[in-house]
Design a protein around this ligand. Sequence first.
Ligand code: ADP
Ligand code: MG
Length: 348
Amino acid sequence: MSKKNLGIIGGGQLGSMLSDAAKKLNIKTVVYADDIDSPAQNFCNEFIQGEYSDNEKIKKFINKVDVITYEFENIPYETLDKMNQLKPVLPKPSVNRLIQHRIAEKDFINKLNIRTTRYVLVEKKTDLETLNDFFPGILKTTTMGYDGKGQYPIKKIEDLDNINIDFSKEYILEKLVKLQKEISVILTRFGNNNYEIYEPIENTHQNQILKYSEIPANINKKILDQSKEWATRIAEELKYIGTLCVEFFIDRNENLYVNEIAPRVHNSGHLTINAYNISQFENHVRAVCSLEKISLKKLSNAKMINLIGKEIEPYRQNLKLNEQEFFFDYLKKEIKEKRKMGHITTLK
Ligand code: ADP
Ligand code: MG
């Protein structure tokens, strides 16, 4: 089996954990990111700091690797496409382009006969006057959002008078789902009908940011089967290679909706590092580097807690952990409010 050098675009905690997983497989990683303080430089073999438009630095990066992947979505399509002409980019750049745009993404999902929230494109403020049907709703930028950034919950049209929204951008208005709970399904696809799938994970958000992830999810058999079937259908349709996460809503009437697709490893899957024989990160590296697929085995139930902002501090000060607890520090230089600084996984 040939060993490859893996290029990773993006230098956050997901890039760190991908690098760590690659190391265990004897695969060298080169991380390319625009932030000079990218935490992944502590975990990869080589780090290149550069803008996503810097052709010279990107060329240097491409020359050092055999295959390229990415840890976040907001990379210009042109950049990924250019790279793909020289070295394979996985998942394919067209997959990322589709998912970058919330409307294109939801149109695609609906075409597969999979339920999403009701949604509509909003191009200007006056569009909202005719959309009473969609309130209470959430207005979201169509592109570039994450961790609830660029999102405005709106109960009624009058609320708009009190919020300052930049209408030079394009928005999607989504009807608010009366949430019973949220789950995610992570799978790694290696080729046609060839994949490993993790059991659904139950997720709790606070202020639109993920706070807790837990297995097993407390859901009925029908939702369990349907969520896995939908995630698999999406991956097959995209001819996806690598690890993919589908986020779901379950409403108070036990209806399942796809919220969004992440074409990458996902925060809710951090617990797979400790709770499975093969983590979502290792599986991603295996799939994009054409390594052997190994059957997944769950080792334990688990709960992950995201440490946001200052919550990391007591853990950094040598807090005693028992042997069922695993603490991860993303080694971010600066503590910021709402910033994911680390996580702790507890096996149950
Ligand atoms: P992001 O790209 O920031 O993760 P999401 O669309 O996943 O954006 O929204 C973040 C969180 O906000 C969701 O996980 C959910 O808790 C809440 N949310 C978003 N859209 C809706 C909706 N239409 N109905 C109910 N809750 C929503
Ligand atoms: Mg989300």
